[in-house]
Design a protein around this ligand. Structure first.
Ligand code: HEC
Length: 113
């Protein structure tokens, strides 16, 4: 007797999930190198931007985000939740206080600063 097709869907989906997760890790790996130690605090918003965001946003991987007067609440939301090609960052990577600082910095900084 042949197993119903749906039985094979489960391992196939699990495999797909692993492949996708592997790629996400690889992409995020670029920033994971900067993953802070426990208790680590970013100095200020400019430092977070320079060490994390600039990796993509100054390399034309992501759009220009400085000098556009983007609302801090919008920036914070995108960083925590991600959006399409923009990865999300957890509090273990950028804690709330530093996220507020980088959002404020990106919102107010000029594009070429
Ligand atoms: C791994 C690359 C990468 C990193 C690191 C990264 N971003 Fe992004 N970001 C993107 C990409 C790509 C997009 C465009 C997403 C899309 O529309 O598909 C984006 C979009 C955004 C947007 C929306 C811009 C718009 O035009 O509405 C904001 C805000 C943003 N990123 C903020 C940040 C901040 C702040 C950081 C640092 C904490 C950061 N990003 C780090 C890749 C990155």
């Amino acid at each position: 007797m042949q197993a119903p097709k749906s039985v094979w869907m489960v391992p196939a989906l699990i495999l797909t999930a692993f492949v996708l997760l592997g790629n996400v890790e690889r992409i995020a790996g670029a920033t994971a190198q900067e993953a802070p130690e426990p208790g680590f605090r970013w100095k200020d918003g400019a430092e977070v931007y320079a060490k994390v965001c600039a990796f993509c946003h100054e390399a034309k991987v992501g759009p220009t985000i400085r000098g556009r007067g983007l609302a801090p609440a919008y920036i914070t939301f995108i960083v925590r939740h991600g959006n399409r090609a923009m990865p999300s960052f957890r509090a273990a990577e950028i804690e709330d206080e530093s996220l507020a600082k980088v959002a404020e910095y990106v919102s107010k900084a000029a594009a070429n600063q």
